[in-house]
Design a binder for this molecule. Structure first.
Ligand code: GLY
Length: 341
Protein backbone atom coordinates (compact mmCIF):
# COMPACT_ATOMS: atom_id res chain seq x y z
CA UNK A 1 0.00 0.00 0.00
CA UNK A 2 1.28 3.46 -0.88
CA UNK A 3 2.41 5.42 2.20
CA UNK A 4 0.28 8.36 0.95
CA UNK A 5 -2.85 6.26 1.37
CA UNK A 6 -4.74 6.65 4.65
CA UNK A 7 -7.41 4.24 5.81
CA UNK A 8 -9.90 5.33 8.47
CA UNK A 9 -12.45 2.88 9.86
CA UNK A 10 -15.97 3.92 10.80
CA UNK A 11 -16.79 1.45 13.60
CA UNK A 12 -20.48 0.63 13.49
CA UNK A 13 -20.67 -3.07 14.34
CA UNK A 14 -21.73 -5.15 11.35
CA UNK A 15 -22.01 -1.93 9.29
CA UNK A 16 -18.36 -0.98 9.85
CA UNK A 17 -16.58 0.36 6.77
CA UNK A 18 -13.34 1.95 5.67
CA UNK A 19 -12.72 5.37 4.21
CA UNK A 20 -9.63 5.33 1.98
CA UNK A 21 -7.92 8.65 1.35
CA UNK A 22 -5.08 9.43 -1.05
CA UNK A 23 -4.05 9.76 -4.68
CA UNK A 24 -5.47 7.02 -6.89
CA UNK A 25 -7.63 5.29 -4.27
CA UNK A 26 -10.55 5.24 -6.73
CA UNK A 27 -8.81 2.26 -8.34
CA UNK A 28 -9.79 0.17 -5.30
CA UNK A 29 -13.39 0.18 -6.62
CA UNK A 30 -13.32 -3.24 -8.39
CA UNK A 31 -11.76 -4.81 -5.28
CA UNK A 32 -14.52 -3.29 -3.09
CA UNK A 33 -17.24 -4.47 -5.48
CA UNK A 34 -15.74 -7.99 -5.57
CA UNK A 35 -15.58 -8.09 -1.75
CA UNK A 36 -19.27 -7.16 -1.60
CA UNK A 37 -20.08 -10.06 -3.94
CA UNK A 38 -22.15 -7.77 -6.17
CA UNK A 39 -22.85 -9.07 -9.68
CA UNK A 40 -23.93 -5.73 -11.13
CA UNK A 41 -23.26 -2.09 -10.39
CA UNK A 42 -25.22 1.08 -11.10
CA UNK A 43 -22.78 3.97 -11.29
CA UNK A 44 -24.43 7.37 -10.79
CA UNK A 45 -21.89 10.05 -11.56
CA UNK A 46 -21.79 13.82 -11.81
CA UNK A 47 -18.35 13.57 -13.41
CA UNK A 48 -17.14 12.25 -16.79
CA UNK A 49 -17.51 8.51 -17.21
CA UNK A 50 -13.75 7.90 -17.17
CA UNK A 51 -13.51 9.30 -13.64
CA UNK A 52 -15.05 6.11 -12.29
CA UNK A 53 -12.93 2.99 -12.73
CA UNK A 54 -14.54 -0.09 -14.25
CA UNK A 55 -16.26 -1.76 -11.28
CA UNK A 56 -15.33 -5.17 -12.66
CA UNK A 57 -18.95 -6.35 -13.08
CA UNK A 58 -21.57 -5.42 -15.71
CA UNK A 59 -22.57 -1.87 -14.97
CA UNK A 60 -25.04 0.85 -15.82
CA UNK A 61 -23.72 4.42 -16.05
CA UNK A 62 -26.19 7.16 -15.09
CA UNK A 63 -25.12 10.79 -15.44
CA UNK A 64 -26.04 13.11 -12.57
CA UNK A 65 -25.55 16.79 -11.82
CA UNK A 66 -24.12 18.26 -8.64
CA UNK A 67 -26.13 21.06 -7.06
CA UNK A 68 -29.03 21.61 -4.71
CA UNK A 69 -31.53 21.58 -7.60
CA UNK A 70 -30.64 17.91 -8.24
CA UNK A 71 -31.34 16.91 -4.63
CA UNK A 72 -34.96 16.00 -5.23
CA UNK A 73 -37.35 13.13 -4.70
CA UNK A 74 -37.92 13.03 -8.44
CA UNK A 75 -34.19 12.38 -8.98
CA UNK A 76 -34.38 9.54 -6.45
CA UNK A 77 -37.36 8.10 -8.31
CA UNK A 78 -35.54 8.39 -11.66
CA UNK A 79 -32.48 6.58 -10.33
CA UNK A 80 -34.55 3.80 -8.75
CA UNK A 81 -36.52 3.30 -11.97
CA UNK A 82 -33.30 3.02 -13.96
CA UNK A 83 -31.90 0.56 -11.39
CA UNK A 84 -35.04 -1.55 -11.82
CA UNK A 85 -34.89 -1.44 -15.65
CA UNK A 86 -31.27 -2.58 -15.43
CA UNK A 87 -32.25 -5.49 -13.16
CA UNK A 88 -30.24 -4.34 -10.15
CA UNK A 89 -30.96 -6.66 -7.22
CA UNK A 90 -30.64 -6.04 -3.50
CA UNK A 91 -27.39 -8.06 -3.60
CA UNK A 92 -25.81 -5.63 -6.10
CA UNK A 93 -24.20 -2.25 -5.58
CA UNK A 94 -24.75 1.42 -6.35
CA UNK A 95 -21.72 3.66 -6.83
CA UNK A 96 -22.05 7.44 -6.35
CA UNK A 97 -19.40 9.72 -7.86
CA UNK A 98 -19.54 13.50 -7.40
CA UNK A 99 -19.94 16.21 -4.78
CA UNK A 100 -21.96 16.03 -1.58
CA UNK A 101 -25.28 16.78 -3.27
CA UNK A 102 -24.76 13.73 -5.50
CA UNK A 103 -23.65 11.37 -2.71
CA UNK A 104 -26.62 12.59 -0.56
CA UNK A 105 -29.16 11.91 -3.32
CA UNK A 106 -27.70 8.66 -4.61
CA UNK A 107 -27.23 7.51 -1.01
CA UNK A 108 -30.95 8.04 -0.41
CA UNK A 109 -31.85 6.15 -3.61
CA UNK A 110 -29.65 3.26 -2.38
CA UNK A 111 -31.32 3.38 1.05
CA UNK A 112 -34.78 3.08 -0.52
CA UNK A 113 -34.24 0.77 -3.49
CA UNK A 114 -35.34 -2.74 -2.45
CA UNK A 115 -35.40 -1.26 1.09
CA UNK A 116 -31.63 -0.88 0.94
CA UNK A 117 -28.84 -1.80 -1.46
CA UNK A 118 -25.10 -1.41 -0.88
CA UNK A 119 -23.62 1.96 -1.84
CA UNK A 120 -19.99 3.00 -2.35
CA UNK A 121 -19.14 6.69 -2.47
CA UNK A 122 -16.44 8.28 -4.63
CA UNK A 123 -16.59 11.89 -3.41
CA UNK A 124 -14.90 14.33 -5.78
CA UNK A 125 -15.04 17.61 -3.82
CA UNK A 126 -13.11 18.47 -0.68
CA UNK A 127 -16.38 19.16 1.17
CA UNK A 128 -17.75 15.73 0.28
CA UNK A 129 -14.47 14.00 1.18
CA UNK A 130 -14.13 15.55 4.63
CA UNK A 131 -17.79 15.49 5.59
CA UNK A 132 -20.78 14.73 3.36
CA UNK A 133 -19.87 11.25 2.08
CA UNK A 134 -18.90 9.88 5.49
CA UNK A 135 -21.33 9.06 8.30
CA UNK A 136 -24.42 7.80 6.51
CA UNK A 137 -26.62 10.89 6.36
CA UNK A 138 -28.52 10.96 3.08
CA UNK A 139 -31.25 13.40 2.12
CA UNK A 140 -33.00 15.41 -0.56
CA UNK A 141 -34.66 18.82 -0.43
CA UNK A 142 -38.33 19.77 -0.60
CA UNK A 143 -39.58 23.18 -1.75
CA UNK A 144 -40.23 23.75 1.97
CA UNK A 145 -36.60 23.28 3.01
CA UNK A 146 -33.24 21.59 2.66
CA UNK A 147 -32.61 17.95 3.62
CA UNK A 148 -36.19 17.43 4.82
CA UNK A 149 -36.47 13.87 3.49
CA UNK A 150 -33.67 11.45 4.18
CA UNK A 151 -32.39 8.33 5.88
CA UNK A 152 -29.35 7.10 7.71
CA UNK A 153 -27.74 4.69 5.26
CA UNK A 154 -24.09 3.91 5.77
CA UNK A 155 -21.96 3.26 2.69
CA UNK A 156 -19.98 0.01 2.38
CA UNK A 157 -16.84 1.99 1.54
CA UNK A 158 -15.78 5.55 0.75
CA UNK A 159 -12.90 6.19 -1.67
CA UNK A 160 -11.64 9.77 -1.25
CA UNK A 161 -9.33 10.05 -4.22
CA UNK A 162 -7.29 13.21 -3.75
CA UNK A 163 -6.45 13.24 -7.50
CA UNK A 164 -10.02 14.44 -8.03
CA UNK A 165 -9.28 17.60 -6.02
CA UNK A 166 -6.79 18.88 -8.61
CA UNK A 167 -9.77 19.67 -10.84
CA UNK A 168 -11.53 21.92 -8.32
CA UNK A 169 -11.83 25.66 -8.73
CA UNK A 170 -10.13 27.55 -5.87
CA UNK A 171 -13.47 28.57 -4.35
CA UNK A 172 -14.64 24.96 -4.36
CA UNK A 173 -11.51 23.96 -2.46
CA UNK A 174 -12.04 26.80 0.01
CA UNK A 175 -15.54 25.50 0.58
CA UNK A 176 -14.11 22.23 1.91
CA UNK A 177 -11.56 23.99 4.10
CA UNK A 178 -14.44 25.44 6.14
CA UNK A 179 -15.18 21.95 7.48
CA UNK A 180 -11.47 21.25 8.04
CA UNK A 181 -11.07 24.52 10.00
CA UNK A 182 -13.95 23.69 12.35
CA UNK A 183 -12.26 20.35 13.16
CA UNK A 184 -9.63 22.33 15.12
CA UNK A 185 -12.29 23.11 17.71
CA UNK A 186 -14.04 19.75 17.93
CA UNK A 187 -11.20 17.57 19.06
CA UNK A 188 -9.20 16.89 15.89
CA UNK A 189 -6.27 19.00 17.06
CA UNK A 190 -4.28 21.50 15.03
CA UNK A 191 -4.20 20.27 11.42
CA UNK A 192 -2.51 23.36 9.97
CA UNK A 193 0.96 21.76 9.55
CA UNK A 194 -0.33 18.70 7.68
CA UNK A 195 -0.53 18.07 3.96
CA UNK A 196 -3.97 17.93 2.38
CA UNK A 197 -4.47 14.12 2.41
CA UNK A 198 -3.43 14.12 6.09
CA UNK A 199 -5.86 16.96 6.84
CA UNK A 200 -8.65 15.04 5.12
CA UNK A 201 -7.73 11.84 6.99
CA UNK A 202 -7.63 13.64 10.35
CA UNK A 203 -11.00 15.30 9.70
CA UNK A 204 -12.52 11.97 8.64
CA UNK A 205 -10.97 10.25 11.67
CA UNK A 206 -12.62 12.75 14.02
CA UNK A 207 -15.92 12.43 12.19
CA UNK A 208 -15.67 8.62 12.36
CA UNK A 209 -15.19 8.76 16.14
CA UNK A 210 -18.20 11.04 16.57
CA UNK A 211 -20.43 8.99 14.24
CA UNK A 212 -19.40 5.73 15.92
CA UNK A 213 -20.49 7.23 19.25
CA UNK A 214 -23.73 8.86 18.01
CA UNK A 215 -24.77 7.62 14.59
CA UNK A 216 -28.28 9.09 14.77
CA UNK A 217 -27.48 12.61 15.90
CA UNK A 218 -28.93 12.48 19.40
CA UNK A 219 -25.95 14.01 21.21
CA UNK A 220 -22.26 14.05 20.35
CA UNK A 221 -22.86 14.31 16.60
CA UNK A 222 -23.98 17.91 17.18
CA UNK A 223 -20.27 18.72 17.50
CA UNK A 224 -19.94 18.34 13.74
CA UNK A 225 -22.17 21.38 13.48
CA UNK A 226 -19.55 23.66 15.04
CA UNK A 227 -19.90 27.06 13.39
CA UNK A 228 -23.00 25.89 11.55
CA UNK A 229 -25.75 27.80 13.40
CA UNK A 230 -24.62 31.15 12.03
CA UNK A 231 -23.15 29.42 8.96
CA UNK A 232 -26.54 28.08 7.83
CA UNK A 233 -28.20 31.42 8.60
CA UNK A 234 -25.62 33.22 6.44
CA UNK A 235 -26.10 30.79 3.57
CA UNK A 236 -29.83 31.42 3.65
CA UNK A 237 -29.56 35.18 4.22
CA UNK A 238 -27.31 35.50 1.16
CA UNK A 239 -29.56 33.21 -0.89
CA UNK A 240 -26.67 30.73 -1.02
CA UNK A 241 -24.28 33.23 -2.65
CA UNK A 242 -22.10 32.34 0.33
CA UNK A 243 -21.00 28.71 0.06
CA UNK A 244 -21.55 26.27 2.93
CA UNK A 245 -17.89 26.13 3.98
CA UNK A 246 -17.61 29.91 3.82
CA UNK A 247 -20.64 30.27 6.09
CA UNK A 248 -19.19 27.69 8.49
CA UNK A 249 -15.89 29.60 8.55
CA UNK A 250 -17.57 32.89 9.52
CA UNK A 251 -19.78 30.92 11.93
CA UNK A 252 -16.64 29.46 13.54
CA UNK A 253 -15.18 32.93 14.15
CA UNK A 254 -18.55 33.90 15.65
CA UNK A 255 -18.69 30.77 17.84
CA UNK A 256 -15.35 31.85 19.31
CA UNK A 257 -16.65 35.37 20.00
CA UNK A 258 -19.82 34.06 21.64
CA UNK A 259 -17.95 31.50 23.77
CA UNK A 260 -15.58 34.29 24.89
CA UNK A 261 -18.47 36.59 25.75
CA UNK A 262 -20.13 33.84 27.78
CA UNK A 263 -16.88 33.37 29.74
CA UNK A 264 -16.37 29.86 28.42
CA UNK A 265 -12.92 30.44 26.86
CA UNK A 266 -10.11 32.99 27.35
CA UNK A 267 -9.34 35.79 24.90
CA UNK A 268 -6.38 33.88 23.40
CA UNK A 269 -8.69 31.04 22.40
CA UNK A 270 -11.17 33.54 20.91
CA UNK A 271 -8.34 34.89 18.73
CA UNK A 272 -7.32 31.33 17.81
CA UNK A 273 -10.66 31.00 16.03
CA UNK A 274 -9.83 33.94 13.79
CA UNK A 275 -6.26 32.71 13.22
CA UNK A 276 -7.32 29.20 12.22
CA UNK A 277 -10.06 30.35 9.86
CA UNK A 278 -7.66 32.85 8.26
CA UNK A 279 -4.95 30.21 7.92
CA UNK A 280 -7.16 28.20 5.57
CA UNK A 281 -7.82 31.26 3.40
CA UNK A 282 -11.44 31.41 4.46
CA UNK A 283 -13.62 34.47 4.95
CA UNK A 284 -13.88 35.73 8.53
CA UNK A 285 -16.15 38.79 8.18
CA UNK A 286 -19.93 39.12 8.19
CA UNK A 287 -21.07 40.02 4.68
CA UNK A 288 -22.32 43.59 4.46
CA UNK A 289 -25.99 44.43 4.20
CA UNK A 290 -27.31 41.69 6.47
CA UNK A 291 -29.66 42.73 9.25
CA UNK A 292 -28.90 41.27 12.68
CA UNK A 293 -32.62 40.59 13.53
CA UNK A 294 -32.92 38.59 10.28
CA UNK A 295 -29.85 36.52 11.15
CA UNK A 296 -31.20 35.86 14.64
CA UNK A 297 -34.59 34.81 13.20
CA UNK A 298 -32.80 32.38 10.86
CA UNK A 299 -30.68 31.01 13.72
CA UNK A 300 -33.88 30.26 15.64
CA UNK A 301 -34.87 27.94 12.76
CA UNK A 302 -31.73 25.83 13.19
CA UNK A 303 -32.51 22.14 13.69
CA UNK A 304 -30.62 22.11 17.01
CA UNK A 305 -32.64 25.05 18.35
CA UNK A 306 -35.34 23.10 20.17
CA UNK A 307 -34.74 25.07 23.38
CA UNK A 308 -34.02 28.68 22.40
CA UNK A 309 -30.98 29.91 20.48
CA UNK A 310 -28.58 26.99 20.42
CA UNK A 311 -24.92 26.76 19.48
CA UNK A 312 -22.06 24.32 19.68
CA UNK A 313 -19.52 26.25 21.73
CA UNK A 314 -16.00 25.70 22.91
CA UNK A 315 -15.45 25.60 26.68
CA UNK A 316 -13.20 24.33 29.45
CA UNK A 317 -14.06 20.71 28.56
CA UNK A 318 -14.06 21.19 24.80
CA UNK A 319 -16.97 21.87 22.48
CA UNK A 320 -20.53 21.11 23.59
CA UNK A 321 -24.11 22.00 22.80
CA UNK A 322 -25.27 25.15 24.62
CA UNK A 323 -29.00 25.83 24.61
CA UNK A 324 -31.07 28.86 25.59
CA UNK A 325 -28.43 31.50 24.80
CA UNK A 326 -29.85 34.99 25.44
CA UNK A 327 -30.57 37.04 22.33
CA UNK A 328 -28.72 40.02 23.85
CA UNK A 329 -25.50 37.97 24.07
CA UNK A 330 -25.90 36.77 20.48
CA UNK A 331 -26.41 40.37 19.32
CA UNK A 332 -23.37 41.52 21.25
CA UNK A 333 -21.18 38.76 19.82
CA UNK A 334 -22.38 39.63 16.31
CA UNK A 335 -21.48 43.28 16.92
CA UNK A 336 -17.85 42.26 17.62
CA UNK A 337 -17.53 40.43 14.30
CA UNK A 338 -15.34 41.80 11.52
CA UNK A 339 -17.55 43.24 8.74
CA UNK A 340 -16.81 43.14 5.05
CA UNK A 341 -16.88 46.49 3.37
N1 GLY B 1 -22.48 16.93 8.46
C1 GLY B 1 -22.88 16.69 9.78
C2 GLY B 1 -23.11 15.26 10.08
O1 GLY B 1 -22.77 14.41 9.29
O2 GLY B 1 -23.64 14.95 11.13
Amino acid sequence: MSPARHVVGVALGDRTYDVQIGPGVRHALPEVVARLGARRAAVVSARPREWTPDPGVPSLFLPARDGEHGKSLSAVEDYCRRFAEFGLTRADVVVACGGGTTTDTVGLAAALYHRGVAVVHLPTTLLAQVDASVGGKTAVNLPEGKNLVGAYWQPKAVLCDTDYLATLLPRELTNGFGEIARCHFIGAGDLRGLDLPEQIAASVRRKAEVVAADERDSGLRHLLNYGHTLGHALERATDFALRHGEGVAIGTVFAGRLAGLLGRIPEARVSEHLDVVRHYGLPTALPSGLAVPDLIALMRLDKKATDGLTFVLDGPHGAELVTGVAETEVKEALSTMPRST
